[in-house]
Design a protein around this ligand. Structure first.
Ligand code: SF4
Length: 759
């Protein structure tokens, strides 16, 4: 193989790609501060050289002239460049009086998806949120995966106890509402999904995809079934019913760790394949065969993603995925659905029996609609009404962190208007986008190569245990993101704009160490706090936190060939990452339920079953429903300003089946007017039989035509914002997740613009 030569002035930098959950290793060639090449790192212990087209966006993001490099303050209605000191003074001047006069809940926070790939945000956002003390915390989780976290929390006792398919040892994989060949995995960190899925088939196994659209992943599978949007929970319940009816339930050694098995087997009998077939669109004999094949496979896993969580039965579907994994004896088994073991940030992993406090949901409610919190956040579908509804507790200030909720959350039009009415808005962001254009202050961050990287969150969902740390490759003359977050924490806690960041950071690490030492199950229990702190010298910031978490983590006292244990020093010496091995069974140690068992019939989920039962009666009425779709060169709303990722034909189209188009008078390349209860939009029509009849698909994250943004490339490829059609009043009741798939819509040809009359 030909290797491009590296010129004398060039240097190679290895780092983890920050763009999606796959955590691929990159080999970046730099000439000074110029990126001359981005390739896959063939020595990366996890990705082995695999990358997708988005990786090349790293160079364009680094060079993007629209990316902010200095703080911005609104003066006389315009965003103007300012110094860091001026920006913090302005924040203190505008935000502090609001908090003082109206209380902590007067400020809301929205945290966007890119923060999940950012070490500083992951480590220091909790510090800022604690300092702010507002109950109005919103994130992208409630337009995404919250139902899975709720079901995992209720079944296993922790919001991150999400089992992932053991892809490399699995013989049968059933996937619903997931398109990992395009998303590159989600709630499942595993680079090179195509290779891993092919591996299953090459081992003689089978891959089955269930989706209202025949996706790229479906094209790679042995079998694909169209399903009516929202029908996944019924399908899974009917498969469970088949297992019970045909005596195929075999829980295996898990039996002694399960609570409610008999009740579960009784409950699912209400959902026979014959009963659910009309509502799902899948024939009863196919449902029975799928259940038999799942039960008959040597090592199998059921996996479901965003199509199943952003719909009206998201928590039921998420629960039933793991119910099937349990009933077929595949949960916590090699080759099945396994609990991960992350090197950092995963507590209580030292093999002690697993009993805990479980999860508590609904500890507070949203002011206007009374929707409950989950894991410290409220449904983002409530954000607009919390801002635009006057009264005690009204949100008057908004802080966004690497987010664009005006594009990414339901009923964009209402949220946009609400944001315009805020008394103060602060954005921590690198772009002036559709949301941040309304900000009074914007604080930028370093470029993608001027910060360190460690996937604290995503390794908790990885298909095997790995750890990879990337130091910054370039200098940055502004404050690091963690310093910005601590300085903000100083402002909101009343210390003014010049809080002592080092003192705050010392408090943060002391608290982290103290919490760990207080846990009798911790690996470092009994150690001296001062001694531990000394071992971390001279590090500070997220590196100090990460080093401590690695030392206190499950590989901190040795792994593989290294008896000394995993530290940040070890990772710095291994720029291609450290492989910590495949997963091992973790039940009962991983459980944190009060019973110490797997709760198979969580009360909240069972209480909401009548709603699912009622859905069995639904029949196709000839109406259309809208679903979203993932795209390989796009990741939510924020990568559309990178030329390499938007070039070529318009990708923001509405997919429609030719039979529907013929019936409704639409043509390929024409324009459709799409109307829902929340709003309307016009979208270009793309006819394809890859979507099932009765379904149209528009990707999310587009709609970049708003004035006042600084997105010169994205605005040339604006597309339409599908969230104009999402109804913010519709949320999944157990998790508060917005319903973004299965939205009833009316689709007609768009009116032809009137031709100007001459003469
Ligand atoms: S799959 Fe994800 S992590 Fe890998 S190169 Fe593409 S965007 Fe980056």
């Amino acid at each position: 193989m030909y290797d491009a030569p590296v010129h004398v002035s060039e240097r190679i930098h290895h780092r983890t790609c920050p763009f999606c959950e796959a955590t691929c290793g990159l080999e970046v060639t730099l000439d000074g501060d110029r990126v001359t090449a981005v390739r896959g790192d063939r020595e990366d212990v996890f990705s082995g050289g695999f990358i997708c087209p988005k990786a090349h966006g790293l160079k364009e993001l680094h060079e993007d002239p629209d990316r902010l490099t200095t703080p911005m303050i609104r003066r006389d209605g315009e965003l103007r460049e300012a110094t860091w000191d001026e920006a913090f003074e302005e924040i203190d001047r505008r935000l502090s009086p609001i908090l003082e006069a109206h209380g902590r809940n007067a400020a809301a926070v929205y945290i966007g998806n890119p923060t999940a790939h950012n070490l500083s945000f992951l480590a220091y956002n909790p510090v800022l949120l604690r300092a702010l003390g507002s109950q109005n915390v919103y994130t992208a989780s409630t337009v995404d995966q919250m139902p899975k976290q709720v079901s995992a929390g209720l079944m296993f006792g922790h919001l991150l106890s999400v089992p992932v398919p053991d892809l490399d040892r699995c013989d049968h994989l059933l996937m619903l509402g997931a398109n990992p060949l395009v998303s590159n995995g989600s709630l499942l960190t595993a680079p090179n999904m195509r290779g891993r899925l092919r591996g299953i088939r090459e081992r003689g196994g089978k891959v089955v995809v269930v989706d209202p659209r025949r996706t790229r992943t479906a094209d790679e599978a042995d079998e694909h079934h169209f399903i009516r949007p929202g029908g996944d929970a019924l399908l899974l319940a009917a498969m469970a019913c088949t297992l019970v009816e045909e005596s195929l339930v075999d829980v295996g050694p898990l039996a002694e760790h399960c609570e409610g098995l008999d009740e579960l087997c009784e409950l699912v009998l209400d959902y026979t394949p014959e009963e659910v077939a009309p509502a799902t669109g899948i024939a009863a004999e196919d449902i029975r065969r799928m259940a038999r094949e799942l039960a008959g496979a040597e090592r199998a896993a059921v996996y479901a993603r965003i199509g199943t969580t952003t719909q009206e039965f998201g928590t039921h579907a998420s629960w039933l995925v793991d119910v099937l994994n349990v009933l077929t004896g595949n949960l916590d088994r090699e080759g099945g659905a396994m609990f991960t073991l992350a090197a950092a940030g995963q507590r209580n992993s030292n093999g002690t029996p697993g009993q805990g406090r479980g999860v508590r949901l609904g500890r507070w409610q949203s002011r206007v609609r009374g929707l409950g919190e989950a894991f410290g956040e409220l449904p983002v579908a409530c954000l607009a009404e919390e801002i635009d509804t006057p009264g005690e507790g009204q949100v008057r200030a908004l802080i966004t962190m690497a987010g664009n909720p005006v594009v990414s959350t339901p009923n964009s039009r209402r949220l946009e208007q609400a944001v315009e009415g805020l008394e103060f808005m602060l954005a921590v962001d690198i772009y002036v986008n559709e949301t941040t254009r309304h900000a009074d202050v914007i604080l930028p961050g370093p470029g993608p190569l001027a910060k360190s990287h460690y996937d604290l969150a995503l390794y908790q969902l990885a298909a095997r245990s790995v750890a990879n740390y990337s130091p910054p490759a370039l200098e940055y003359d502004g404050p690091a993101e963690w310093e910005v977050l601590l300085r903000l924490a100083g402002v909101v806690s009343g210390q003014g704009p010049d809080a002592d960041v080092d003192a705050l950071d010392r408090l943060v690490i002391d608290t982290l160490i103290g919490r760990e030492l207080a846990d009798p199950r911790s690996r470092v229990a009994g150690r001296d706090a001062g001694e531990l702190l000394e071992e971390l010298e001279p590090r500070r910031g997220p590196e100090r936190m990460l080093d401590f978490m690695l030392r206190a983590g499950p590989f901190g006292d040795g792994f593989g060939a290294d008896p000394d244990g995993l530290t940040l020093d070890v990772l710095e010496r291994n720029p291609h990452g450290v492989d910590l091995g495949p997963h091992r069974p973790r039940i009962p140690e991983v459980l944190r339920t009060p019973s110490g068992k797997i709760e198979l019939v969580p009360e909240a989920i069972v209480a909401d079953l009548p709603r699912l039962t009622a859905a069995m009666e639904r029949r196709q009425n000839g109406g259309m429903v809208l679903i979203g779709r993932r795209q390989l060169r796009s990741n939510n709303s924020w990568m559309h300003n990178l030329p390499a990722l938007v070039k070529g034909k318009d990708r923001c189209t509405m997919l429609m089946h030719p039979d529907d188009a013929a019936r409704l008078g639409l043509v390929d390349g024409g324009t459709a007017m799409v109307t829902s209860a929340a709003g309307e939009l016009e979208a270009p029509v793309e006819l394809t039989d890859e979507v099932m009849p009765g379904v149209v698909s528009i990707p999310h994250g587009w709609g970049h035509s708003a004035p006042g943004t600084q997105l010169s490339v994205a605005s040339e490829h604006a597309g339409v914002n599908s969230n104009l059609l999402a109804d913010e009043t519709l949320v999944e009741p157990l998790s508060g997740n917005a319903i973004l798939n299965g939205i009833p819509v009316e689709v007609v040809p768009a009116p032809v613009p009137a031709v100007a009359q001459i003469g």
